[in-house]
Structure formats: structure tokens, C-alpha cells
Design a protein around this ligand. Structure first.
Ligand code: SAH
Ligand code: DHB
Ligand code: MG
Length: 219
């Protein structure tokens, strides 16, 4: 047997545990057609988000970074009938693609896409019912501010998941001038010893190479 690859193992996991999913495949095909960057979560990661949101009993979910709505579809599917996802996206074109994908998946009535810089959209969220689950996957420079907003907007015990916190080990470089690395290091610095939140990070490999998720619970 040839050396198994991370992608081959993801294909095996997909074959055994995920199966065919026409709505998700159609969303990825439309993203490609519209030339969105292929940086959605992987199928196995999307199902992980779906399961985590269900395990948390989430009824009100916040997503920061919509792209074409691939992860949004997984999150919206985890909701009960009266549940809602609010998803924040800076790029009008991405939001338009996401709206089409969510309509095609029959989930448009569960999702509120807010177009604009997430910093502004978050600042405008006052009097919003508290969120049970927050998925952060936008510009990595914003990570510390986004988690700070999630702490303000989440209920006690809320789940927070942040994508791309390892970047092939890039986060170990304190001299990095990559703003994405600096942004994620600022997040770890903020969370170290922060009494408002209990956090870990788990490294992942697969079709998205070597990366990881930060997982946290609001105290
Ligand atoms: N969660 C998506 C992938 C998101 S990619 C999925 O897994 O399917 C990151 C997205 O964040 C891009 O669409 C990008 O336009 C958006 N983004 C970048 N900076 C942003 C900002 N300041 N505010 C809101 N969205 C932003
Ligand atoms: C990339 C991957 C991501 O999950 C993301 O949110 C942004 C960029 C990347 O592979 O470049
Ligand atoms: Mg990501």
C-alpha cells in the first residue's frame, strides 16, 4: 500500500460517514462557477460543526465569515424549527452566492446574512438575543476582536469555535509579519488566563492540510 495521504483519509471518512449530499455538492459547484476561493471548511469539518451545534442544543447561532454559505448550511441544518443563524460577510458578491446556495438548500428562512465589515455588524448588535454557538472564520486579523464580541454576545455556557488557528504551525513564529498569524497569536495571548472563557485548540490534518480549531466555552 502506498503511504496514505491526509486527503485519502478524508475521502475514506467522507465515504463511510458523510455520503452523498446533493445540496452541499451543489453549493460547492456554484461557488466554483462564481469563482469564490475554495476555502470553505471541509465536509468532515462541516459535519463536526453540525454535531457540535446540535450537542450544544443551539437555537441561535452566530457565524463570522460566510463566503458561499457552505459552513452556514451545516450550521443551519443543526437548528430546531424556530432556530436562526446570523452570518456576517463583508463581500456583497460572496453574500449573494451564499443567499442563492441557502435558497437552493431550502434554508434561506433560517439564515440572516448581514453584509458589512463584521466589526461594524458586531458593534451594531445590541439587544440581540444571546447566542448559543459562535463560529469564527473571517479575516484572521480580527480574531481577538471577534472572540471578544462573542464573549459579549454569547450566553453563559455558549460554544465558540475558531477556524484556522494553526496554519501549518505558522502560529509559533513570533516574528511573523503575516497579519493572519499576528491576529491569531493575539487571540491566544488574549485567552491565556482569561477567566471569561475556558479554551483549548485541536490540530487537524486533511484536505485543508495542517491547521486547527480553537474550541471554547463561555464561563
Ligand atoms: N465559513 C466559510 C468560509 C469563510 S472564508 C465556510 O467554511 O464555508 C472567509 C470569509 O470572510 C470570506 O468570504 C471573506 O470575504 C469574509 N471576511 C473577511 N474579512 C471580513 C470582515 N472584516 N468582515 C466580514 N467578513 C469578512
Ligand atoms: C484558508 C483557509 C481557511 O479555512 C480560511 O478561512 C481562510 C484561508 C486558506 O487555506 O488559505
Ligand atoms: Mg476557515
Amino acid at each position: 500500500m502506498n503511504e496514505p495521504t491526509w486527503s485519502a483519509v478524508d475521502a475514506y471518512i467522507g465515504d463511510k460517514l458523510l455520503g452523498d449530499d446533493p445540496a452541499l455538492s451543489a453549493a460547492l459547484a456554484y461557488n466554483r462557477e462564481q469563482e469564490l476561493p475554495p476555502i470553505d471548511v471541509s465536509p468532515a469539518q462541516g459535519k463536526m460543526l453540525f454535531l457540535l451545534a446540535q450537542m450544544a442544543g443551539a437555537r441561535h447561532i452566530l457565524e463570522i465569515g460566510t463566503l458561499g454559505g457552505y459552513s452556514t448550511i451545516w450550521l443551519a441544518r443543526a437548528l430546531p424549527d424556530d432556530g436562526r443563524v446570523v452570518t456576517l460577510e463583508i463581500d456583497q458578491r460572496h453574500a449573494d452566492v451564499a443567499r442563492t446556495n441557502l435558497e437552493q438548500a431550502g434554508l434561506a428562512d433560517k439564515v440572516d446574512i448581514r453584509v458589512g465589515d463584521a466589526h461594524d455588524s458586531l458593534a451594531a448588535m445590541v439587544g440581540e438575543p444571546p447566542f448559543d454557538f459562535v463560529f469564527i472564520d473571517a479575516d484572521k486579523q480580527g480574531n481577538a476582536a471577534y472572540v471578544d464580541a462573542a464573549i459579549r454576545l454569547g450566553r453563559r455556557g455558549a460554544t465558540i469555535v475558531v477556524d484556522n488557528v494553526v496554519r501549518e504551525g505558522g502560529i509559533l513564529d513570533p516574528a511573523s509579519d503575516d497579519p493572519r498569524i499576528e491576529g491569531t497569536r493575539a487571540l491566544f495571548d488574549m485567552l491565556a488566563g482569561d477567566p471569561r472563557i475556558d479554551a483549548t485548540a485541536v490540530q487537524t490534518v486533511g484536505v485543508k492540510k495542517w491547521d486547527g480549531f480553537l474550541l471554547a466555552r463561555l464561563c
